[in-house]
Design a protein around this ligand. Structure first.
Ligand code: PMV
Length: 359
């Protein structure tokens, strides 16, 4: 067979209502629903080369070819532990086996030869991120979404029919999001956008009347985190604040959906602020307490708190990391960017996006 090379790109996402605590960890089913904003330039690339071989799949620590049209971002190859590599390879297997049923269901013919890909092909993956790994910017979300897309795309007979279904069929995107979720929970929100809700098995785009948004990260630290999110999902259940968490999130989900639908940015900011503090309070009060905060996190939160009480508040949230995400109306960037820069941290700048795609 001649060699097939396919590239996919998927952005990161930032949750305003957090996925924290799993109901079924074997399938990454969450205890509660979550809502996130899909980002744009903070993203991952995945490249897969398929050639004749002996049924192997490998991930190589090499840069994928730089894509055209992604701008002047500097991509970095992630450092993957043996466990991290095994997780990626398991995801490739999961997507390949799901593709046999899923692609034809959406009118996408399977590539001849796929049937015995597991014995007669050699698949080589290369991945890269446009941002520092494990620093509270969800690299596993964007990289698993990109690997899922590249793998599914490589199972299709032609790129065009895959692209048609991908662009025109939201349920096709939602079906691949489910497969992505099984590899990394929050990755299921990176395939579509800009506002994505994930509840149980279902992933959907929320109707929004919000203006176009700009997204910033106050980069307090880009050190790898000491407690993985898998561990955090378990340890939060040992906090006395876990009791009632699912009910509180249900209320917040309804408030946030309404605020997004009605374009009420100040209400979105209010809900996001409470939710971010609640998730970090769960960490800080777990039976085995832990924290992602660095001294700079607290300084930045203290500086941001008065602005959150203003009539035009920024949306402020944190992921499982020390860095602070700030989201504002894009047209107000000339006001907010200098204010944020004056806090003295490195600032990453991004915007809202519409999810992953083949390159
Ligand atoms: O997808 P995971 O298992 O890495 O969990 C991500 C959890 C948070 O990023 C902290 C919150 C979220 O909803 O993205």
């Amino acid at each position: 067979m001649s060699q097939l090379v396919l590239r996919a790109r998927a952005p990161s996402n930032i949750a305003l209502i957090k996925y924290m605590g799993k109901k079924d960890s074997s399938r990454n089913l969450p205890e509660n629903g979550s809502i996130s904003l899909t980002l744009d330039a903070l993203c991952s690339l995945a490249e897969v080369s398929v050639a004749a071989g002996r049924g192997t799949v490998e991930w190589r620590p090499e840069l994928p070819a730089p894509p055209a049209g992604v701008g002047a971002l500097s991509f970095q190859v992630p450092h993957l532990s043996e466990e991290g590599k095994a997780k990626v390879l398991r995801q490739v297997e999961r997507v390949r086996s799901a593709a046999h049923e899923l692609l034809p269901r959406w009118g996408v013919p399977l590539r001849p030869g796929l049937v015995d890909a597991a014995s007669s092909e050699r698949w080589v993956f290369r991945t890269a991120n446009s941002f520092p790994q494990a620093s509270g910017i969800a690299s596993s979300a964007s990289s698993f979404a990109a690997v899922t897309l590249a793998t599914a795309g490589a199972c299709a007979a032609e790129r065009e029919s895959f692209q048609r279904a991908w662009r025109a069929e939201p349920p096709f995107r939602a079906a691949l999001a489910r497969v992505s979720r099984e590899g990394s929970g929050s990755s299921c929100r990176s395939l579509d956008g800009p506002w994505v809700q994930w509840e149980g098995e279902d992933v959907s785009v929320l109707p929004s009347r919000l203006p176009r948004l700009a997204h910033f990260v106050l980069l307090v630290s880009s050190q790898a985190k000491k407690v993985s999110s898998s561990e955090a999902h378990q340890r939060v259940k040992g906090s006395p604040l876990w009791q009632g968490r699912v009910e509180r999130v249900e209320r917040r989900l309804a408030q946030l959906r309404q605020a997004i639908g009605e374009g009420e940015l100040a209400e979105v900011a209010r809900v996001a602020w409470s939710e971010a503090w609640e998730m970090h309070s769960l960490f800080h009060t777990a039976a085995e307490p832990f924290s992602y905060w660095e001294p700079g996190t607290m300084l930045a939160l203290q500086a941001l708190a008065p602005w959150v009480r203003e009539t035009e508040p920024p949306i402020v949230t944190l992921d499982a990391g020390p860095n602070i995400h700030v989201i504002v109306e894009a047209t107000r960037t000339p006001l907010w960017e200098p204010r944020l820069r004056a806090l003295g941290f490195e600032l990453l700048r991004d915007g809202q996006g519409t999810g992953g795609g083949l390159l």
